[in-house]
Unconditional design. Structure first.
Lengths: 247, 253
C-alpha cells in the first residue's frame, strides 16, 4: 500500500469515527424520545379505555346504594347511600356505580376492592347477564382469602342489585379472560345471581336538591344500620348468589 | 394414599362431650340421578359409614397463599395445622388422606380427585385468611349449585358437590360449633361461599379458614392449631352417625 492510500484510509476512518461520535448521542436521544412517546400513547390509550364514565349533571340525581365494608361488624358490608346523577341506560348506569364503588369510601380501611383496580369494560346481554371486565389488579392486589374475596364480589353484586335492576346475573372477567378464582379461593367460573326480581323499566329520581346543598360523600352519608346478617349465598339480599351454568 | 378397603371397623363412637348427632340428611337431592341411594341399587346396597377424612392444606409450591408482613406464608402454616388435625382425627379412629404432603401445589381438580377416589370420606380444606378478626375461625360450605339432574347416573365433575350440600352444611355447622366454643368471635354457624375447591368435591366438604396472617407473631397462629384440630376431629366424630354411605361406588348419598 502506497503512503497516499494509507493517508486516505486513515483519514476515512477518522472521519467515520468522528461522525459516529457525533451521531451516536443524537440517535440515543431519538430512541429515548420514541420510547417515551410510545409509553405516553399507551398510557393515553389506557386512560381513554378506562376513563371513568363522566357523570352527566343533566341526569336525574338518584339515591345510590354502594356496599362497602362495615366498620363495626367484621367481614360484613353496609350500604352507603349517596346521591349521584345516574344515567337511565343500564350499562352506563352500571359503569357509573361500579366506578364510584371502585373509587372507594372516604375511609380507606372500608374498601372492599383494591384501589388500583379498574373496570375495563361492562356489557349487558339481553338475558340480563352482565359481564364486568376488571383489570388484573382486582385479582393481584386483593388480600387472599375466602373472607376478603367474598366481600369483594359481594360488594360488586349487591351494588348492582341495589342500583341496576336490569342486571340479573354477573360474570366477572379479569383483563378480558375467564379465570378460575379471584385470588385462589372464590370461584369465578360461573355467573353469580344478582337479581331474582323482574327488571324495573326505570328508577325514580331523588327529589331535586338545590345547588347550595352540601354535596354527598360516601362517608357523610353512611347509613347507620348495617346490612342484615353476614353475607351468605342463602340470605337475600346479601347473598353471594349461587353460581349458574356458564353463560 | 389410603384405600377405602383398609378402613377400620365402624365402631367408633363420638367423643365425649359431643353434641347430639345431627339429624339424618335427605336421602336424595332434588333432581337426583339414577343410581342414587335408594333407587338403582335399592336395598341390596350395603351401607358403610364415614371412616376417612381427606385433609387439604391449601396452596403450596409456587402459590404461597396469603402472606403476612412478618413473612408468614399460608401454605406453610396450613401444612403445620394439618399435622395436628391429622393426629386428632387418628385419635378419633379416622383414617386420614392428605392432598399434599410437602410443598407441592396440586391443582384444584387433583385435590378433588384425591377425595373423590375415596368412599365414605369427608373433605376439609384448611386456609389462613389475610383479613378478619385475628383469633377467629370460620367454616364455609359451598353455595347452592344447580341440582344434578342427569339420568345416566353420573355426577358432573364441575357440580360434584351438589348432591352433598346438605351433608356439607350439617358437617360444617358441627365443626363451626366446636370452633366457636374455642375461639370467641367466630360465627355461630357455617357460612356459604362459592369456594372453588369445594365445587368439584363429591363428598361432604368444608373449608376452614383461620384469621389471620396479619398477626405480628406466628406463635399466635400456632397456638390456635390444637383448638382447630380438636374442633375438626370432634366435628367429624359427631357427623359420623349422620353420614351413611351407600356401599356402591358412584351412588349418591
Amino acid at each position: 500500500m502506497t503512503p497516499r492510500w494509507k493517508f486516505w484510509l486513515i483519514g476515512g476512518l477518522v472521519i467515520a469515527v468522528l461522525a459516529a461520535a457525533i451521531y451516536f448521542p443524537i440517535l440515543r436521544r431519538r430512541v429515548k424520545r420514541a420510547a417515551k412517546l410510545q409509553q405516553q400513547s399507551e398510557e393515553q390509550a389506557r386512560r381513554e379505555l378506562t376513563q371513568p364514565i363522566a357523570i352527566n349533571p343533566g341526569d336525574p340525581r338518584v339515591k345510590t346504594k354502594l356496599f362497602w365494608a362495615s366498620d363495626t361488624i367484621e367481614s360484613t358490608l353496609v350500604p352507603v347511600t349517596v346521591e349521584l346523577p345516574l344515567s337511565n341506560d343500564p350499562v352506563m348506569r352500571s359503569k357509573q356505580v361500579l366506578n364510584t364503588l371502585l373509587a372507594g369510601p372516604v375511609d380507606a380501611e372500608l374498601r372492599t376492592l383494591p384501589p388500583d383496580a379498574l373496570l375495563l369494560a361492562f356489557y349487558l346481554l339481553p338475558d340480563g347477564t352482565a359481564i364486568a371486565d376488571f383489570s388484573e389488579a382486582l385479582a393481584t392486589s386483593i388480600p387472599s382469602g375466602i373472607v376478603s374475596e367474598q366481600l369483594a364480589v359481594n360488594s360488586i353484586a349487591r351494588t348492582l342489585e341495589a342500583n341496576v335492576p336490569q342486571v340479573q346475573r354477573l360474570k366477572i372477567l379479569i383483563h378480558g379472560q375467564e379465570v378460575e378464582t379471584l385470588a385462589g379461593h372464590l370461584d369465578l367460573a360461573e355467573a353469580f345471581v344478582v337479581n331474582t326480581k323482574p327488571a324495573q323499566p326505570s328508577v325514580k329520581p331523588a327529589p331535586a336538591q338545590s345547588s347550595t346543598d352540601k354535596p354527598a360523600t360516601p362517608a357523610s352519608d353512611k347509613a347507620p344500620a348495617p346490612a342484615p346478617g353476614p353475607l351468605t349465598a342463602d340470605k337475600p339480599p346479601g347473598k353471594l348468589a349461587q353460581p349458574e351454568r356458564k353463560p | 394414599m389410603v384405600s377405602p378397603s383398609q378402613a377400620p371397623s365402624q365402631t367408633q363412637q363420638p367423643a365425649a362431650g359431643t353434641p347430639p348427632a345431627a339429624s339424618p340428611p335427605a336421602t336424595s337431592p332434588p333432581g337426583g340421578v339414577a343410581g342414587s341411594g335408594g333407587s338403582a341399587f335399592g336395598a341390596q346396597a350395603q351401607q358403610a359409614g364415614l371412616n376417612i377424612v381427606v385433609l387439604d392444606p391449601a396452596h403450596g409450591g409456587t402459590d404461597p397463599g396469603a402472606r403476612g408482613t412478618g413473612g408468614i406464608r399460608e401454605s406453610e402454616i396450613v401444612l403445620d395445622f394439618v399435622i395436628q388435625v391429622r393426629r386428632a382425627l387418628e385419635l378419633q379412629g379416622f383414617q386420614v388422606v392428605q392432598t399434599r404432603q410437602g410443598n407441592e401445589n396440586p391443582s384444584f381438580d387433583d385435590r378433588s380427585a384425591t377425595a373423590n377416589a375415596q368412599r365414605g370420606a369427608v373433605f376439609v380444606t384448611l386456609h389462613i385468611s389475610s383479613t378478619g378478626l385475628p383469633g377467629t375461625a370460620r367454616v364455609y360450605v359451598n353455595s347452592d349449585l344447580p341440582p344434578v339432574g342427569d339420568s345416566n347416573g353420573l355426577i358432573p365433575w364441575d357440580r360434584a358437590q351438589a348432591p352433598f350440600l346438605g351433608l356439607s352444611r350439617t358437617f360444617g355447622d358441627l365443626v363451626q360449633g366446636y370452633l366457636t366454643q374455642r375461639f370467641k368471635g367466630s360465627p355461630d354457624a357455617a357460612q356459604t361461599a362459592s369456594v372453588r375447591q369445594l365445587r368439584t368435591t363429591a363428598a361432604p366438604a368444608i373449608a376452614v379458614e383461620v384469621s389471620s396472617v396479619t398477626v405480628e407473631d406466628r406463635a399466635d397462629l400456632d397456638r390456635m392449631a390444637p383448638g382447630v384440630a380438636d374442633a375438626i376431629a370432634r366435628g367429624a366424630a359427631a357427623f359420623k352417625p349422620s353420614y351413611v354411605v351407600p356401599n356402591t361406588r358412584g351412588a349418591l348419598p
